[in-house]
Ligand binder design. Sequence first.
Ligand SMILES: [Zn+2]
Length: 312
Amino acid sequence: MPDKNRRTEIAAHPDAKRQERPLGQTTILEEATLEGIGLHTGCKTRLTFRSAPANSGIRFFRTDLPGTPMIPARLGFVVATVRGTNLGLHEAKVHTVEHVLSAATGLGIDNLDILVTANEPPAMDGSSLPFFKALMQAGIKTYPDSPKRLLTIPGEVTYEDKGSSYRATPSDRFEIAATIIHDHPLVPKLTLEFVMDTAGYAAAVAPARTFCFEHEVQFLKSQGLAQGGSLENAVVIGRDKFHTNAEGLRFPDEFVRHKVLDLIGDLTLIGRSLLNVRIEATRCGHAHNIEFAKRLNEAAAKMRKQPAAALK
Ligand SMILES: [Zn+2]
C-alpha cells in the first residue's frame, strides 16, 4: 500500500504551508455503522459509512429502495431546507444530512459512501459527535496521487437576505465566525470564532446539539417535522429555562456552536475542501447556508475558468 509513504512525507514537512503541501484526498479504512431514529421523520434507521474511491466525493445510498439509488451530497441535489437540509434525486430522498456531512468535513474526509436504510440518518444525540467518533474509529486513508480539490475564491463573496448576512474572504486556513441573535432573554446574542482543525472540531463543535424554541415544538410537529425529536437528541429553549436531558447544556453557548456545525455540514455540499476561506455568518440557517454556498461555488468556478495569467 503506497499510503504509508505519503503519510510519512506529509509528516516530514510539518511546517510547510498548506498550499505547498501536497494534501491527498482521503476516505475511511473500515466500515462503521450507527442506528437510531430520524430527527424529523421519526423513522428507525441504520447508517453505514463505507470507503469510497478518489474523486467520488460524498454520496448517499438508499439501501431500502430498489436498485439502491445514489444521491450525491452536492448543492445541485438540495431539494428542501426547512429545519434541515434534504437531498433528493428522482424519487429517492435523504433528510437532515447536515450533521453527518459536518462530521466528515471535521475529519477532512473527501470521499465517503453513506448507506442509509430509510429517508433520514439517525439523530443519535442531536450532535455530530457520534458520526465523528465512528468515522475516526474507522480510520483515515489517504490517496497520495489524488490531490484534494480546494475551494479557492478570488476575493470577497457576500450574501444577505432577511436579516441574515454572510461574508467569505480568502485565507490560508478554514475559519468561521458565526453569530446568532434572537429576541429571547436566554440566548440574545452569541458569537463563535472557530479555526477548523480536527481536534478543535471534536472538542468545540461536534458535541453541540440541535435546538429549538419551546413555542415552536407544537408547530414543528404539526408540520410533520421533529417527529423523532426528544430531549435525548435536542435542547429546547423555554421562556425562562433550558429543557435538556440530565446532562444539561454541554457548553454555555452550545447553540451558536451547533450553528457552526450545521454551516460546516451545509458547506460540505460544495464538494471542495474549504481550507482557504474565512467565513463570517450572522443569523445563519439552512436555506441561507445553501444560497451562500451556491455563491461561493459560482465565484470559485468563475475563477477556475479565467486564463491562468489573470490569476495571482
Ligand atoms: Zn443541526
